[in-house]
Design a protein around this ligand. Structure first.
Ligand code: IPE
Ligand code: IPE
Ligand code: MG
Length: 241
C-alpha cells in the first residue's frame, strides 16, 4: 500500500466538542491532546516520515486573552511532559511560526526540545505554532530581498526552488496528505505554498474524537488516489494525442 511520506493535519473542533458536552472550551483543548499522541504513534507505526500539526495559527491570536493563555499553558505543559518520551522514541521535533509574540519561557522550551531531538531520524514532528502560510511566504520573500540588497543574490536567481527552500519546511518533502477534522473545508492559512499538490481529506469528526480508525481511513483514502501533478491521465487505449 502506498504510504504518504508527509501528513499535515489541521486539528479543528475542540471548542465544538466541548460545547456539545456542555463543557467549557478549555476542556475541549485538553481532550485534544490524546489524538495528538495517537497520530504520532500511528505515524511511527506506519513508517510516515514527517507529521505536521497545526496547533495555533497566526490568526488565533485574535481569540479572547483567556483562551490564548490557556492554549499557551497547555502547549508548554504538554511539551515539557512529553519531550523525553519523544526524544527516546527517535522523534525529532521542529516548531514553525513566528516566535515574536511568544513568552520567553515558551520559546526557551521550544529551542530546548529542538536541540534535544535534533539528531533523531525516525519521525520528524513539525508543530505549527503561531504559524500562518502568508507569514511564511512573506518572511521568505523578505530574506531574499535582503540577500539581493546585500549583493549575495541576484533577482534573476530567484525561482520556485529558491523561494521554496527559504520557507519553514523548505528542506522537507511537501505534504502528500492533508487532513482536516471538524467539518470545515478550508485551508485557514496553513501551508499555502507546500500544499500545492497535496491530496486533501476532510472529516466532520471533531478533533478530540479523532481516533486511530479515522487516521487509518485517511491513509486508506490516500492509497487510492491517483496523483497526476498536471500530467495527462495515463492512456488506456493506443492513441495518445
Ligand atoms: C482547534 O479547535 C484548536 C485551535 C484552533 C487552537 P477550535 O478551538 O478551533 O475549536 P472549534 O473550531 O471552535 O470547535
Ligand atoms: C485552524 O483552525 C487553526 C488550527 C487548528 C490551529 P481555526 O478554528 O482557527 O480555523 P477557522 O477560523 O475556522 O478557519
Ligand atoms: Mg476551529
Amino acid at each position: 500500500m502506498r504510504v504518504p511520506r508527509h501528513v499535515a493535519i489541521i486539528m479543528d473542533g475542540n471548542g465544538r466538542w466541548a460545547g456539545a458536552r456542555a463543557l467549557p472550551r478549555p476542556a475541549g483543548h485538553r481532550a485534544g491532546i490524546k489524538p495528538v499522541r495517537m497520530c504520532i504513534e500511528e505515524s511511527v507505526k506506519r513508517g510516515i516520515k514527517v507529521l505536521t500539526l497545526f496547533a495555533f495559527s497566526s490568526e488565533n491570536w485574535k481569540r479572547p486573552v483567556a483562551e490564548v493563555s490557556l492554549l499557551m499553558q497547555l502547549f508548554l505543559e504538554s511539551l515539557e511532559r512529553e519531550i523525553e518520551e519523544l526524544a527516546g522514541r527517535g522523534i525529532s521535533v521542529r516548531f514553525i511560526g513566528s516566535r515574536e509574540q511568544l513568552a520567553p519561557a515558551v520559546v526557551a522550551s521550544m529551542e530546548a526540545a529542538e536541540a534535544r531531538t535534533r539528531d533523531n531520524e525516525r519521525l520528524m514532528l513539525v508543530v505549527a505554532f503561531g504559524y500562518g502560510g502568508r507569514w511564511d511566504i512573506t518572511a521568505a520573500a523578505r530574506r531574499l530581498a535582503i540577500a539581493c540588497r546585500d549583493g549575495t543574490l541576484q533577482p534573476e536567481q530567484i525561482d520556485e526552488a529558491r523561494l521554496g527552500c527559504e520557507l519553514s519546511i523548505g528542506d522537507l518533502p511537501d505534504p502528500d496528505l492533508f487532513i482536516r477534522t471538524g467539518g470545515e473545508q478550508r485551508i485557514s492559512n496553513f501551508l499555502l505554498w507546500n500544499l500545492a499538490y497535496t491530496e486533501l481529506w476532510f472529516t466532520d469528526t471533531l478533533w478530540p474524537a479523532f481516533g486511530a480508525a479515522d487516521f487509518g481511513a485517511a491513509i486508506d483514502s490516500y492509497a487510492e488516489r491517483e496523483r497526476r501533478f498536471g500530467h495527462a491521465v495515463a492512456a488506456s487505449g493506443a492513441d495518445a494525442c
